[in-house]
Structure formats: C-alpha cells, structure tokens
Design a protein around this ligand. Structure first.
Ligand SMILES: Cc1cc2nc3c(=O)[nH]c(=O)nc-3n(C[C@H](O)[C@H](O)[C@H](O)COP(=O)(O)OP(=O)(O)OC[C@H]3O[C@@H](n4cnc5c(N)ncnc54)[C@H](O)[C@@H]3O)c2cc1C
Length: 284
C-alpha cells in the first residue's frame, strides 16, 4: 500500500496531477476506516491523506459569505459563534453528529463526499444553496451542492479530485432556519430521516420565501419545490405546514413508489416537515 500525506495545497495539486495513480482520499477517516475494515484496499492502492493540508482546515468569512475548508470538523462548526449566528441550522446539525470523538475527527468534506443518505450536513447545505469547490488534475471547478450527487454514496467526483472548500451566503436576520433529525435513539444515532428549512416571513406572518430539504426521503437530495410553492404567499401557521408535509410525502411516493417503508415514512416525513417549519418559525 502506498501512503501520501501532502503538507500543503500545492503539493496536493502536484500529486493529483499524476493520473497514473487512482487515490483513495483520507480526511478524518471516520467513514473510510470502517469501510476499509469491511473491504480492505488492495496492496497497490494509493492512500492520499489530506489531513495536513492546513489551507483547507478553517472557517473563513468573506463579505457576506462563509468559506469552509473541507477539513473543517463537525465540532468546529458546532462551536463556531459565526456559524451559530449566521447559519444556525448547520451548527445544530453538526452538534448532533455521532459522539464528540466522531465530531472532532469527522470533516464536512468527508460527510458530503461519503454521501450517505443520512449525512446530516447535506440537507442544511442544500437549503443554504452551498457551492462545492473541487480540485483536480486540471485545476479547480465548482458545483452547486444539489448537483454534487448522482444518488446516495455516489458523489459526482472524478478519480483524483478532492473537495477543497464549501461556500454559502450567510443568513440575514429575517431568514429563520431549523434542522431536525429523527434517529432510532437520542444519543449517537444515525439519522433515519432529517430535515432542513429556511423560512422568511413578513410582518404580517406571510411567507416570503421558504426552502425545504429532507434527507433519506428522495432517491437523491433535493429541495421540495412543490411544498415550497404551496407555502409561498401563505400564512405561516401549523395548518399550512401540515399541508406542506402532506405534499412532501405525496412527492416522495410519486418518485419512489409505495415500498415496505412507506406506512412509516409517509406520516413521519409529513410530521417532520411540520415540526421543522414550526421550529424555524419559533426561532428568535
Ligand atoms: C460511530 C459513528 C457515528 C456517526 N454518526 C454520524 C451522524 O450522526 N451523522 C452523520 O452525518 N455522520 C455520522 N457518521 C459518519 C462520519 O463521521 C461523517 O460522514 C464524517 O463527516 C466523514 O468525514 P471524515 O473526514 O471522517 O471522512 P473519511 O472517512 O476520511 O472519508 C469519507 C469518504 O469521503 C472521501 N473524502 C473525504 N474527504 C474528502 C475530500 N475532501 N474530497 C474528496 N473525497 C473525500 C473519502 O475518500 C471516503 O470515501 C458517523 C460515523 C461513525 C463511525
């Protein structure tokens, strides 16, 4: 097995330019190590450990934007005062990832690239309209987060490409937000379904804008435009949020058909939409 550990982004880029090698990228290792134990890498594999690339390990604020290095950990995001203030739903999501040990090692770049259907940072990043910056042999390209996945476990990333940064606009005070995670138990639970919402209402409690994205509901992550359209221009209240939930479940069944899990997922998805929107509405 070959092991490479670049110390900065220039060396990382040089390594990526060697297209005779197909690298396995290692960041925090919380997903990869589990996977390697189940399916060991072949002896000729090249591990590219990016954990020492310091240029992509911090949270930066530029004008009205956040630029997160791919190596930023869940704990850094959960603790960041700026993220708590200007993207609170992401701080809430990261606070609920695994245990403290996992949050201290697991990175946001790894979370999105691993692309598990229950990845907790993906729905928040979708409603934040985040962009993903990807470095490859030919240089840097960017992709909207919603276009970054074919389906769960299949990110649209080519061999020898590395996610380097994630950018999104800060929320402004009248944009309220919420993240809700439903696990099998309270602590250290992988999400069964999760939900992220951003909600903007005017002084008469009329919805000006709403963005809604669930995890583990559709075959690939997407915003629920049908529910968003229904809500826009309506009063922000429980009745309308209930209807938005019903529309979301209906959309799920339209796309995926009725399955063994539908009797559970149909009412639960609808309830989660209502609860997440209520949480956003009640946000200070
Ligand atoms: C006990 C336990 C509990 C967990 N609980 C949760 C939870 O509640 N919620 C949740 O969302 N996740 C959870 N996870 C999953 C995991 O911790 C996260 O997905 C984590 O963010 C992965 O980041 P990492 O840096 O450890 O990735 P790694 O394990 O290093 O890599 C994961 C995958 O992404 C690739 N990769 C990593 N970084 C990059 C990059 N920058 N560019 C390109 N490819 C890259 C790797 O090649 C690999 O395929 C849990 C895991 C464990 C073991």
């Amino acid at each position: 097995m070959h092991y490479h550990r670049p110390q900065n982004i220039n060396i990382l880029q040089e390594l990526l330019q060697d297209t005779n090698r197909e690298y396995t990228i290692l960041a925090g290792g919380t997903d990869l190590m589990v996977e390697m134990r189940q399916k060991p890498l072949p002896a000729e594999a090249h591990i590219l450990d990016i954990s020492r690339v310091t240029e992509i390990s911090s949270i930066k604020e530029e004008n009205n934007q956040f630029i997160l290095g791919a190596l930023v950990t869940h704990q850094q995001l959960a603790e960041s005062i700026a993220i708590q203030k200007y993207a609170p739903l992401l701080a809430v999501a990261c606070r609920q990832v695994g245990s403290l040990q996992i949050r201290n090692r697991g990175t946001i770049g790894g979370n999105i690239t691993n692309a598990s259907p229950c990845a907790d940072t993906v729905p928040p990043l979708i409603v934040l309209n985040a962009e993903v910056e990807i470095l490859g042999p030919q240089g840097t390209r960017t992709a909207a987060i919603e276009d970054f996945f074919d389906k769960p476990y299949f990110p649209r990333i080519k061999p020898n490409e590395v996610v380097t940064r994630i950018r999104f606009k800060k929320l402004v005070p009248h944009q309220k937000s919420a993240f809700f995670k439903l696990g099998r138990r309270k602590a250290l639970a992988i999400s069964r379904i999760n939900m992220a919402a951003i909600l903007q209402v005017d002084e008469n409690n009329i919805i000006k804008e709403v963005r809604l994205a669930p995890g583990s509901v559709f075959p690939a992550w997407k915003r629920v435009h049908e529910a968003e359209q229904f809500l826009t221009g309506k009063t922000a209240n429980e009745n309308n949020f209930n209807e938005a939930g019903r529309i979301t479940s209906e959309e799920m069944i339209k796309i995926s058909g009725r399955r063994w899990s539908t009797p559970y997922k149909e009412p639960v998805t609808a309830a989660l939409v209502r609860r997440t929107l209520m949480l956003a509405l009640e946000q200070e």
